[in-house]
Design a protein around this ligand. Structure first.
Ligand code: FHN
Length: 560
């Protein structure tokens, strides 16, 4: 793992502003408009003559980021349309030379960031480009029979004439040099869409970055096949679990495009606050995007919702900055938990909760306080090995609340599978034992969910304990992706008893966010003690080559 100082800074910062801004904002239809409408290069280039964002005020943008509680900013220096939003000797198609505006917004942002103590990073699309004839971009899009061509095939249909290596040598590398020599210290080059870049080509780009700024961070979208400083999750992906490596989640403020699109409105601040907390509780950074318009103005609704996030952070920032995953082995029913040394931050999403409890943490509590309010009463109890901390919140709330729990010493987080605060048992795939049925198995768990579970001889098993005899309702939690397979026949084995289950589109009707909840039924009087639960597939549907993707199983205490 990277031992750069900047990665430590990055991980403490936790929250950054992403900005998608380019010529496309003139067309008010998102940053993919050139591709979506197959606009010929010659036509698209004409936009430059109309681009005059006189409303752009770098200090104002940086103030927006700061007021939101963000510590860094990452802006599109060049997106897939190939237009350079900075002074570039490599390409005349740049904001200084090709527009009536004639200014270099990156220079202005770099100065404003310095003044306000915000770090600056550049987004750079290094493979996918729709203007340069050498750039080529293919990507597998989840189906074996479909390999998407995301390059410019309307102007440049002859793929055999394209040459990514030339594009990298003649365009990317010189531009990366410009970005790393014209604007002082850069926090990160945030590469996007590796497509089919080769590992040696990615290494070449990485070397070019480090040669000029060894402390500059490079994200995993440079290439999934080489080591980089941090991993970037999927777009808007809040993973079920974090990784040991530093990581970030890029997130949109609207439900639509990243670049400005007429009619897109900003989601409410409460959603950003919850996503930020959840990401940090899993050890990640949250990079929240805005799409300024062609005048250079960040949409007013984004500014006002971001300000609300900043107001929340002004009170509750202790639970975010410098914090990481608490490492709890379950997800509390009321929210999530972050940690900084001897302090745990219980982040309560449930506004109606008047009391909460926490299990799975051992240590003597010295004090509990509600951030922005003051001390709250708490009770610690111990039965058997189970420790339980109950906190009285003094009533319901009207926002996300945070309880800071200060321990006298470093608290120990219980590992393994233990009942959650509400008595439910969460069997996450990260804590399952995977058994490969043969040497052809590719089953693994990534971001909390099973991947490449395509073979029926692969099985998974959990071993867990329950504290007392009780009834449980069992749910299977499947991951829903862009494409998915459904039509599986599995057997659930509970303590050796077998229960056949069909997972078809009908049985899996209950969908929430990226999950499908399949209700299996009630299991009465499960005795106290040790249990095993197996998932034994009988038939796995692999129409889309996705296979059986599941986060795990939940046993909910019935009759509570
Ligand atoms: O295609 C782009 C998209 O326009 C946007 O820039 C996002 C941000 O993460 N990245 C790409 C898709 O992953």
């Amino acid at each position: 793992m990277s031992d750069k100082q900047s990665i430590r800074w990055f991980q403490e910062a936790r929250f950054g502003l992403f900005i998608h801004w380019g010529l496309y904002s003139l067309l008010e239809d998102g940053e993919w408009v050139m591709y979506n409408r197959r606009i010929p290069v010659k036509e698209y280039e004409k936009l430059a003559a109309r681009f005059n964002p006189t409303g752009f005020d770098a200090r104002e943008w940086v103030r927006v980021a700061k007021a939101a509680g963000m510590k860094y900013l990452v802006i599109t220096a060049k997106h897939h349309d190939g237009f350079s939003m900075f002074r570039s000797a490599v390409s005349p198609f740049n904001i200084v030379d090709a527009t009536p505006f004639g200014r270099d917004p990156m220079k202005e942002l770099c100065e404003a960031c310095k003044q306000e103590g915000i770090k600056l990073g550049f987004y750079y699309s290094h493979v996918r480009e729709w203007r340069h004839p050498m750039a080529q971009s293919f990507e597998a899009i989840g189906r074996p029979d479909r390999l998407g061509n995301f390059g410019n095939f309307w102007d440049y249909p002859d793929e055999s004439k394209k040459n990514l290596q030339r594009y990298i040598d003649e365009f990317d590398i010189p531009q990366i040099r410009e970005l790393l020599t014209q604007y002082g210290d850069i926090l990160t080059i945030w590469f996007d869409t590796p497509s089919m870049i080769r590992p040696d080509q990615a290494e070449q780009l990485k070397r070019a970055v480090y040669a000029l700024q060894p402390d500059c961070l490079v994200n995993s979208r440079l290439s999934f096949d080489i080591e980089t400083d941090y991993r970037t999750m999927g777009d808007c992906e809040v993973p079920a679990s974090g990784t040991d490596r530093p990581w970030d989640t890029p997130m949109t403020t609207t439900r639509g495009a990243w670049g400005y699109a007429a009619g897109d409105s900003c989601r409410p601040a409460g959603e950003f606050i919850r996503e930020l907390c959840e990401v940090v509780s899993k050890g990640g950074n949250y990079l929240l995007n805005v799409g300024p318009d062609a005048r250079g103005i960040i949409p007013a609704d984004s500014v006002s919702e971001l300000k609300k996030v900043g107001n929340w952070l002004a009170i509750n920032g202790d639970a975010i900055y410098g914090c990481g995953a608490a490492g709890l082995c379950y997800r509390p029913s009321w929210g999530c938990v972050t940690r900084k040394e001897n302090r745990l931050y219980l982040i309560v999403f449930d506004e109606s909760a008047a009391q909460i409890s926490l299990t799975g943490v051992c240590g003597k509590v010295a004090a509990c306080r509600l951030l922005g309010s003051g001390p709250v009463s708490f009770q610690e109890s111990n039965h058997d090995e189970e420790q339980r901390l109950a906190v009285d919140l003094g009533g319901a709330g009207d926002t996300v609340r945070v309880v800071e729990v200060l321990f006298g010493d470093s608290p120990r987080i219980v590992q393994g599978i233990i009942p959650a605060d509400d008595g439910s048992v969460q069997l996450d795939c990260v804590s399952a034992v995977l058994t490969a049925g043969s040497e052809y198995s590719h089953l693994k768990v990534e971001n909390g969910s099973t991947r490449r579970w395509l073979r029926t001889d692969d099985t998974i098993r959990w071993t867990f304990r329950t504290p007392e005899t009780a009834c449980y309702d069992m749910e299977l939690i499947l991951e829903v992706g862009w494409v998915e397979d459904l039509g599986h026949e599995i057997t659930i084995g509970l303590d050796g008893q077998r229960y056949p289950v069909s997972i078809t589109p009908e049985t899996a009707a209950n969908r929430q966010k990226n999950r499908r909840i399949v209700k299996i039924g009630r299991f009465g009087d499960l005795p106290a003690g040790e249990h095993t639960l197996d998932i034994l597939p009988a038939k796995i549907d692999i129409t889309n080559m996705v296979g059986l993707t599941m986060f795990g199983v939940r046993l909910i205490r019935a009759g509570q």
